[in-house]
Write a protein that binds this ligand. Structure first.
Ligand code: SF4
Length: 376
C-alpha cells in the first residue's frame, strides 16, 4: 500500500490554535501549484518499484481553496506519473465556507471521492473563539450539500476541551454530528501550542488552559456517545462507521510508505523520513531549480521501534510485540516485564497473542505509556 500526500499551504485566516504550515497570502498560490506539479514529476521514483497509489490525500492548509483548474493540473500530473489504483481513496480536506453547491458539483466530477470537512464545532461562540472562517449554518449546509452532490464518504473534524462552564455544548456537537449521518469523525482535544495566537495569549495570561479533568470527561463522552451511534474508535482520535476507516491515515499508522509533496510535507520510504522546507517562497525557488528542499533523516532501530510503539498503541490493532522481536530482535516484553505487569494489574492494557492494546482508561494515558516503553 502506498500513499501520496499533497500539502496545500494556504488559508483564508489563521485559526488561533493552529500550528500547521500555511500562509494567508494567496498571491503565490498559482506558482506554488506549478511547483507542486514539478515536485510530483521530480519525485515520481521516490516510491520504489513503481508502486501503485492506493490513497491520495490533499491536506493543509485548506485544499478547498484550489480552483478547478489548479486541482485539475495537479491530478493530471499525478495520473501522468503514477499508477493510481482503480478504487483508490482520494481525500480532500475542505472548509465549510468553500463548499458551495457549485464547488461540490465540480469536486464530484474530479477524482476526489472522500471529503474531510473542518467543522470543528457547531457552537457559534466557539467558532469565533478559535477564529474559524465559517459559521455553524455553513458547516451544516456544506455537509448536507456534499451529501446531495453524491459524496457518500464524509469525515468531519471536531474539537473538544474548549473552555465552557459545562459539557452541554460538546454534547450538542456530538449529537449534531451523529444526526448529520456522516461516516467518519476525527476529534481532537484543543491543545495550546507555542507560536500560535492561543500560545501567545497563554504566555501573557490572557487565557487559561482548561482543567485536564474537563477534557478527560469530554473524551469519555466522545467515546461512549459515538460507540452508541455505531462508530468504531479505530484510533484514539478517529471514529468510523464499519468500512469507513481512513485508508490513508491507517497506512501511516501501519508504517506503509508514502510520498509527501509540497512545503512542510513528510515522506517515508521504509528506511528514511524526509521533511520539505516549511516556507512557500523558498520551496518554490528550490523546486524551480529542480532541487527537493528536504531534510533527510536516516531512521535508527530505536527510531523505527519507538515510532511503531507510539502509533500502534493508539490504534485498535495494538502493538505487536512478536513483530518487534522478529524485525528488530528486541524483546519489549522481557525488557519491560515489571512495567507491563503493572499496566495489566491497573487494567490500562491488555496483552493477548503478543499484542499489547490500551484499554479505555489506558487511552487516556497513551502518550505516557508509549514513551515509558521506548527503547534507546
Ligand atoms: S483552516 Fe486549518 S490549516 Fe488553516 S489555520 Fe485553520 S486549522 Fe490551520
Amino acid at each position: 500500500m502506498s500513499g501520496l500526500y499533497i500539502h496545500i499551504p494556504f488559508c483564508k485566516q489563521a485559526c488561533h490554535y493552529c500550528d500547521f504550515h500555511f500562509s494567508t497570502n494567496l498571491q503565490t498560490k498559482q506558482p506554488l501549484v506549478e511547483a507542486i506539479c514539478k515536485e510530483i514529476r521530480l519525485q515520481k521514483d521516490y516510491l520504489e518499484n513503481k508502486a501503485t497509489l492506493q490513497t491520495i490525500y490533499f491536506g493543509g492548509g485548506t485544499p478547498s481553496l484550489l480552483s478547478e483548474s489548479e486541482l485539475d493540473s495537479i491530478f493530471q500530473t499525478i495520473y501522468t506519473h503514477f499508477t493510481v489504483a482503480p478504487k483508490a481513496e482520494i481525500t480532500l480536506e475542505a472548509n465549510p465556507d468553500d463548499l458551495t453547491a457549485e464547488k461540490l458539483r465540480l469536486l464530484r466530477q474530479s477524482p476526489v471521492n472522500r471529503l474531510s470537512i473542518g467543522t470543528q464545532s457547531f457552537y457559534e461562540p466557539h467558532l469565533r473563539y478559535m477564529n474559524r472562517a465559517h459559521q455553524v449554518q455553513e458547516a451544516i449546509d456544506s455537509i448536507k450539500q456534499a451529501q446531495d452532490a453524491g459524496f457518500s464518504n464524509i469525515s468531519i473534524d471536531l474539537i473538544y476541551g474548549i473552555p465552557h462552564p459545562d459539557h452541554s455544548i460538546w454534547e450538542n456537537d456530538l449529537r449534531t454530528a451523529i444526526n448529520l449521518q456522516i461516516q467518519h469523525i476525527s476529534a481532537y482535544c484543543l491543545t495550546i501550542e507555542p507560536g500560535t495566537a492561543f500560545g501567545n495569549w497563554l504566555q501573557k495570561g490572557k487565557i487559561k488552559q482548561v482543567e485536564e479533568e474537563f477534557s478527560i470527561e469530554q473524551f469519555s463522552m466522545l467515546i461512549h456517545t459515538l460507540a452508541a451511534a455505531g462508530f468504531e474508535q479505530y484510533e484514539i482520535s478517529n471514529f468510523a462507521l464499519p468500512d469507513y476507516y481512513s485508508k490513508h491515515n491507517s497506512n501511516y499508522w501501519k508504517k506503509q510508505k508514502y510520498l509527501g509533496i509540497g512545503p512542510s510535507a513528510h515522506s517515508y520510504n521504509g528506511k528514511t523520513r524526509q521533511y520539505n522546507i516549511a516556507n512557500n517562497i523558498k520551496y518554490i525557488k528550490s523546486i524551480e531549480s529542480a532541487t527537493i528542499p528536504a531534510t533527510v533523516e536516516v531512521l535508527s532501530v530505536p527510531d523505527h521501534v519507538n515510532e511503531y510503539i507510539l502509533t500502534s498503541l493508539r490504534t485498535k490493532w495494538g502493538c505487536n510485540l512478536k513483530e518487534i522481536k522478529l524485525l528488530y530482535d528486541i524483546d519489549l516484553k522481557e525488557k519491560n516485564e515489571h512495567y507491563i505487569s503493572t499496566l495489566l494489574k491497573r487494567k490500562l492494557v491488555t496483552l493477548e497473542d503478543h499484542i499489547l492494546k490500551l484499554t479505555p482508561s489506558g487511552k487516556l494515558l497513551a502518550d505516557q505509556i508509549a514513551s515509558d516503553l521506548f527503547i534507546e
